[in-house]
Design a protein around this ligand. Structure first.
Ligand SMILES: Nc1ncnc2c1ncn2[C@@H]1O[C@H](COP(=O)(O)OP(=O)(O)OP(=O)(O)O)[C@@H](O)[C@H]1O
Length: 782
């Protein structure tokens, strides 16, 4: 965007006018002497300035830009007799802007060796709102047209190809001779029309033929308008009457329209979508591109500083001030030759086709396949987790069953021990019938209980489950742990047994027994036999002491009552049943211990596994379930005896929760599946529609290609005509429009594909996040 350049040129004054001038110029400012008005411009040229200086200031640059392909317009504006024609056309003594521009134009072209130029010129006037061709005087009342290719143009206006400045000036002289000039009171040679001198500059790169694919095959076409406007005038001053009055009326009217257009543009009406009355006059209509359009524009406002023309000068300065606020947007005007246009369109079609193929549905099919694979993997993962959960549940049930069986066996064994002791009591009762004892019935039971306890503990110790058997025994017989330890101490004591009886003060009778490895079951049985034998002997001793009453000694004491080993006659008579039971017990115990050990190992492994998974589940559900966290946090305070049952409860609880999780995940997965199905369906529909669109576009492209080929053939045959009159331009324009439509359709299709792509991306992201949640949840499933 560039502002219109506005310069002011004041014509020389007579000495009298200079004395009375109300204006004062200071730099680029002009003001009235009483400071009632002040204006600033890009440049103000005083009466001493030459036309060349005016030309140099801005017009020279515009001409240079025109050679490079930018449109340019320079026009002189001002009241009549202010020096517009003097500035634009000049004289032999002082050439005006037009001849200076023409010479500069050719000079610049000659310096550009890389491009070849074709220059044409036209010269027209707008007289009484009629356009006359000054190069072809017979061409009058020409009409203004507008087309995509040429923009606004005067139809039928002659354009002479020129090759030198002299040729241009010659045609210009010819045109001037047909211009309407009339005498008024103010100007002997007053311009009665607006004249527009136009140079059309075409150029193309000289290397185009060498490199046919080079983008420089475009032709630049720029227009340079140099306009000498008729001056605004007041009939009272000019004394115009009749024809002159009518001319002045048209001049003023068109200048007023120009002023209105400049005013609207300076107010930004056009940029706000408002109406700018370009069509109200032929002048503004022809100059439309130069006013707020595609052109570098400069206005030279000619003024006179005489007192008598102060109002007109002020009006001109106001117009110039408004013009300062108008901006244009000049750009290089590149057009393509028909062949180049076809070539470029072909290239664009190839690019579009490549883009279409790039965005082919294979990509989406691949995406859908990936999504389906992901879904399948998720399904497999879910099934695997469900199977693991099922196996875990089975293992848990089996473990519970084994624990129950184990408890039942322990119970059965306990009952067997009880029955055994009962039978023993019965045997002793029988014995009691034969002889008196100090404690009939009591002693064998206690002794037997002690022995069984020791036996169980020893076996348990051997098998590594002493603690469990100890607990079972303590539960069965209600002994305290101290008692059991005492027994064990005595059983394995290194020191000689000491009789602890207060009543009899029994002395040590058994020698030291060396501390050896744990006894096998047979030796334990022997020891039991010895103990029983000793107890029987003690019975006899007690009886010999005639003790009527008895006290119940501690089992451990009774075990150590005597160390004498006698012939075990009584034992053989009293303990056959016990021996059998012991054998059975041994077998049962061994079997039980084996099973128990196996189960215990399995249980420990399962418990470890469950504990680990519970810890993971705790991590996952810790935030969601405070109750469970609290429960789990308090787990450590639970007695060791109930660890297994608690862990079992925990495992059941976790399994239930995990089952709920799985149900939720299955629901989520099902909803995800539905979403995915709908998305796949949508994507498939979009894909089909994109394919259809592609096929349609492809057919249209083929059709366009065919048309292009035909056009090329036609153009080849009419190559000579094509250069001068652009006979196929309409067809090319039509083809260009069709290609534009195709491109827009392709763009639309791309947008559809992009929208589908973004939709699939979003779904993929949501599915991915859902899968992550699912995956994290499955990590917590035992
Ligand atoms: N800067 C100047 N130096 C010398 N003479 C000038 C200058 N400007 C104008 N003149 C003289 O003033 C007279 C009027 O100038 P000119 O015809 O260019 O005015 P104009 O604005 O074109 O008038 P109109 O609008 O009536 O055609 C001419 O005789 C011209 O030589």
């Amino acid at each position: 965007m560039e502002r219109i350049n506005v310069a002011v040129r004041a014509r020389p004054l007579s000495q009298e006018d200079a004395k009375t001038s109300p204006w004062r110029i200071s730099g680029n400012s002009i003001s009235t002497t009483n400071n009632s008005s002040k204006f600033d411009f890009d440049r103000i040229f005083g009466e001493d300035c030459t036309t060349f200086q005016v030309y140099e200031a801005r017009t020279q640059e515009i001409v240079s830009a025109a050679v490079r392909g930018f449109n340019g317009t320079v026009f002189a504006y001002g009241q009549t007799n202010s020096g517009k024609t003097y500035t634009m056309r000049g004289s032999e003594a002082e050439p005006g802007v037009i001849p200076l521009s023409v010479r500069d134009l050719f000079r610049t072209i000659q310096q550009d060796v890389d491009r070849e130029f074709l220059l044409r010129m036209s010269y027209m006037e707008i007289y009484n709102e009629e356009i006359n061709d000054l190069l072809a005087p017979e061409h009058r009342k020409l009409q203004i047209h507008e087309s995509i290719e040429r923009g606004i143009y005067v139809a039928g206006l002659r354009e002479e190809i020129v090759a030198s400045p002299e040729q241009v000036l010659h045609f210009m002289e010819f045109g001037e001779s047909h211009r309407h000039i009339g005498e008024t009171n103010m100007n002997l040679y007053s311009s009665r029309s607006h004249t527009i001198f136009r140079m059309i500059i075409e150029s193309r790169d000289k290397n185009e033929d060498e490199d046919i694919n080079n983008s420089c095959d475009a032709v630049r076409v720029s227009v340079l308008n140099l306009v000498d406007l008729a001056g605004s005038e007041r009939a009272a001053k000019t004394g115009a009457e009749g024809v002159r009055l009518r001319e002045g009326s048209h001049i003023n009217k068109s200048l007023m329209t120009l002023g209105t257009v400049i005013k609207k543009l300076s107010e930004g009406v056009e940029s706000q979508g408002g109406h700018v009355p370009y069509r109200d006059s032929k002048l503004t209509r022809i100059l439309q591109p130069a006013l707020g359009g595609n052109s570098n524009t400069a206005i030279i406002c000619n003024i006179t500083l005489a007192q008598i023309h102060a109002d007109e000068t002020k009006s001109t300065l106001q117009f110039a001030s408004r013009a300062l606020r108008v901006t244009n947007c000049a750009r290089v005007n590149e057009i393509l030759t028909d062949a180049a246009l076809l070539k470029r369109q072909k290239k664009e079609i190839e690019e579009l086709r490549a883009k279409l193929q790039d965005s082919h549905s294979e990509h989406w099919e691949e995406e859908i396949l990936n999504l389906r694979n992901t879904l399948l993997q998720t399904e497999l993962e879910r099934e695997r987790i469900a199977l693991e959960l099922e196996e875990e549940k089975k293992a848990q049930a089996e473990w519970e069953k084994r624990v129950q069986e184990q408890a039942k066996k322990i119970e059965n064994l306990s009952s067997m021990v009880l029955y055994s002791t009962r039978d023993e009591n019965r045997d002793h009762n029988k014995k009691g019938k034969r002889r008196d004892t100090w404690c009939p019935g009591k002693l064998p039971q206690e002794v037997f209980r002690e022995l069984v306890m020791v036996l169980m503990f020893a076996l348990g110790w051997i098998c590594g489950v002493g603690d469990i058997l100890k607990d079972a025994f303590l539960d069965l017989y209600g002994c305290n742990e101290l008692c059991l330890k005492e027994s064990l101490m005595c059983w394995h004591a290194e020191e000689s047994f000491t009789v602890q009886s207060n009543a009899s003060g029994v002395k040590p009778m058994k020698p030291k027994r060396d501390m050896g490895p744990l006894l096998p079951f047979e030796e334990l049985v022997k020891e039991i036999d010895v103990a029983l034998d000793d107890s029987c002997k003690q019975d006899e001793d007690v009886r010999s002491n005639d003790l009527e009453d008895c006290f119940l000694p501690a089992p451990s004491v009774l075990l150590h009552v005597t160390s004498r080993r006698k012939v075990p006659l009584p034992k053989k008579k009293s303990l056959p049943l016990v021996e059998n039971e012991l054998v059975e017990m041994q077998a049962d115990y061994e079997d039980l211990l084996l099973k128990f050990e196996t189960q215990r190992t399995m249980s420990e492994i399962q418990i470890d596994c469950l504990t680990r998974k519970l810890a993971e589940a705790d991590l996952f559900w810790g935030e969601k379930s405070n109750d469970y966290s609290l429960y789990y946090a308090n787990k450590g305070t639970i007695n060791g005896d109930k660890n297994d049952s608690l862990r079992e409860s925990e495992a059941i609880l976790v399994i239930k929760r995990l089952q709920e999780q799985i149900k939720m995940l299955e629901m989520e997965r099902s909803s995800s599946q539905q979403n995915l199905d709908s998305i796949v369906e949508l994507a498939t529909e979009q894909n089909i529609s994109a394919r259809n669109k592609f096929e349609e576009l492809y057919e249209e492209l083929l059709y366009a290609q065919e048309e292009a080929r035909m056009a090329q053939e036609q153009l080849t045959s009419n190559e000579s005509e094509r250069i001068t009159d652009g006979g196929n331009s309409d067809f090319v324009i039509k083809l260009s429009v069709e290609v534009q439509e195709l491109m827009s359709e392709v763009q639309n299709s791309k947008k559809v594909v992009e929208s589908v792509s973004s939709l699939v991306d979003e779904v993929s992201k949501s599915f991915s996040s859902l899968f992550d949640v699912f995956h994290v949840s499955t990590l917590n499933i035992p």
